[in-house]
Design a protein around this ligand. Structure first.
Ligand code: BYC
Length: 313
């Protein structure tokens, strides 16, 4: 049974804006919620490398290839910070990765869609990184120190990713009719999944109440989604593209866009494992884990050798 006094002190700390650090007392439910959310986030970063990684060899020129390579490496780095931050809560990353590889753990729904053309790489940077930033700048103000600090650096890198994606789209829309059509097609396919990746609507979000009370989440799923839409629709118009929502319109009174219905059946189906690429993503991730084993073993052997050398010296 948790001590009411400890709980009150913990909640008072959060209310006054003091961060919770790894060695501080915390309720078990807070720890569990953080492990769930942070590990899902870490998994999303490394699974997210796969759809973009597919295009490294097919990027249209050397400059684009170098930029994409750097972006995919950044995502691996985000995974590393996030697994490390999750480990401060007393779990081991091997255990978390096993949960991912066995299909027990979730990762972001968005990465279960295919990248069919080069424009999809633009759409991911613009829309997926754009939605992620909307969410993560809020998470950077969250109550758990290691997670909120990881978010600060991740958001800086995501801002660069977002701009490179928009720049790809802008170039395509200034190109031939085929290139413009390719950009519009990518927007058509990525728009709704990007809207959905911000989580189910507030009335279907069982974790939000507790997470917002403990200031892990600072805003609700719908509030962040609205901000993303308000920012992104004018960006699409600026480059001559149209979001695929015939009901999208600006409400002059509220100053916000109103959108058509979101297909939540599709979202829940994808997170259950039935999206177009779920099986492929898990297969590729497991293979990447096996193929990278020798690198991890070599790094561990080298580290052990360094320790021995220091002991002798
Ligand atoms: N996909 O109660 P709710 C990136 C699940 S990667 C799958 O609202 P919560 C990038 C949810 O887990 C950035 N599942 O949940 C990388 C819950 O199920 P469980 C990814 C989802 O946690 C590479 C259930 O639905 N960002 O930027 O309060 C290349 C009910 O939902 C999703 C993060 O991970 C989803 N989209 O709120 C390019 C941010 N949404 O666990 C780019 C961190 C919901 O109870 N995470 N579910 O079985 C969050 O901010 C929150 O977890 C969410 C969901 C807003 C996503």
């Amino acid at each position: 049974m948790e001590d009411q006094k400890q709980l009150d002190a913990f909640e008072a700390k959060i209310a006054s804006g003091v961060k919770i650090e790894p060695k501080d007392w915390m309720p078990e439910a807070y720890r569990k919620q953080l492990v769930r959310m942070m590990s899902q986030h870490a998994h999303s970063e490394i699974v997210g490398m796969l759809p973009e990684g597919n295009w490294i060899t097919r990027a249209p020129n050397l400059r684009r290839k170098a930029i994409l390579l750097a972006k995919v490496q950044d995502e691996a780095g985000h995974g590393l910070y996030l697994y490390s931050a999750t480990e401060t809560l007393g779990v081991d990353r091997t255990e978390l990765l096993e949960q991912l590889h066995s299909g027990k753990a979730k990762y972001s729904s968005i990465f279960n869609y295919p990248t069919l053309t080069w424009a999809d790489i633009g759409a991911i940077g613009w829309l997926v990184d754009g939605a992620a930033i909307m969410n993560q700048t809020a998470l950077a103000r969250g109550s758990y120190g290691p997670y909120s600090r990881a978010m600060v650096r991740i958001c800086k890198e995501e801002s660069f990713h977002n701009r490179q994606g928009y720049e790809i789209m802008m170039h395509l829309t200034q190109g031939t009719e085929e290139q413009k059509a390719m950009a519009q097609d990518a927007l058509n396919r990525w728009w709704w999944p990007s809207i959905m990746m911000l989580g189910p609507s507030d009335d279907q979000s069982p974790n939000s109440d507790q997470l917002m009370r403990w200031k892990v989440k600072m805003e609700s799923n719908d509030a962040i989604r609205q901000r993303f839409i308000d920012r992104t629709v004018p960006q699409a118009e600026f480059i001559g593209l149209k979001v695929p929502d015939s009901q999208m319109k600006m409400n002059e009174t509220t100053g916000h866009y109103e959108h058509g219905p979101i297909n939540w059946d599709e979202f829940f189906d994808v997170i259950k494992g039935n999206g177009p690429c779920n099986a492929k993503r898990l297969k590729d991730r497991k293979e990447a884990d096996i193929n990278g084993r020798w690198v991890r073993e070599a790094a561990m052997a080298f580290a052990a050798k360094r320790v021995k050398e220091k002991e002798v010296a």
